[in-house]
Design a protein around this ligand. Structure first.
Ligand SMILES: [Zn+2]
Length: 112
């Protein structure tokens, strides 16, 4: 089996994430410890810097406590556990209750 350089590097990084030592990774992949160390230090360093720079918001979750209810979010979705959906009965045809539908559409309706 031949792997491209990118595939090999990806595999090295995958093993490094699992906590294998550079020597173990080198034996698994079939290259020297120094090659592994170079790739891991360079790429993982980039990845860590990128991760620090852009803290990912958590994916939407626990959203179906009331799947038919208003989808207006109370609180800040980026703060884990500090928000919830409004959950009030929706206006037919809208994902929001009357109150929140008005908030969403207010600027447009005012302009009209
Ligand atoms: Zn609502």
């Amino acid at each position: 089996m031949t792997a491209t350089l990118a595939e090999r590097n990806a595999r090295i990084l995958e093993l490094a994430e699992k906590g294998l030592s550079f020597r173990e990774i080198g034996e698994t992949i079939g290259c020297s410890r120094n090659v592994v160390a170079g790739i891991v230090n360079r790429k993982l360093g980039d990845a860590r810097r990128a991760a620090r720079a852009a803290k990912k918001p958590p994916p939407p979750q626990q959203i179906d406590r009331n799947p038919d209810g208003c989808r207006w979010i109370d609180g800040d979705p980026r703060q884990k556990g500090e928000w919830s959906f409004c959950g009030a009965p929706c206006v037919p045809g809208y994902p929001w209750c009357e109150d929140h539908r008005r908030r969403v559409y207010a600027p447009r309706e005012r302009a009209a």
